[in-house]
Write a protein of this length. Structure first.
Length: 118
């Protein structure tokens, strides 16, 4: 489903049109564009709600938002890559999977010891 600016503002009660336009201009939300203006999808609306949480509920300073958003984006990208790696691993023969899992546990244990058990 797609939404124009006014529909987004109606869906996200804590948001006004001015804020939405600023967030798009800053690149914090990246809607598709049409001749009629920006077109938002469900992911855009979820990100806008996150911005409202960070900015309004948690009072995160504006200058910190790009850093936090970059960290969140990186975390989501890492998760997508891990899911793809897991799918590739599941397609391997049992012996290959077992070898990789054993090696991972060895390396992960070494990292935990070096990093204080995180």
């Amino acid at each position: 489903m797609s939404f124009d600016e006014r529909m987004v503002v109606a869906r996200v009660e804590r948001l006004n049109l001015r804020e939405l336009r600023i967030w798009v201009r800053e690149g914090w939300v990246r809607p598709a564009h049409s001749e009629a203006g920006p077109i938002f999808d469900e992911l855009d609306v979820a990100r806008i709600r996150l911005l409202c949480d960070l900015k309004k509920d948690m009072s995160l300073p504006t200058e910190a938002l790009p850093v936090v958003l970059t960290l969140i984006d990186n975390l989501h990208q890492t998760r997508r890559e891990l899911c793809a790696l897991t799918e590739a691993l599941e397609e391997q023969p049992e012996g290959v999977r077992r070898t990789i899992v054993t090696k991972f546990r060895t390396l992960h244990g070494d990292m935990n010891e070096a990093g204080g058990g995180q």
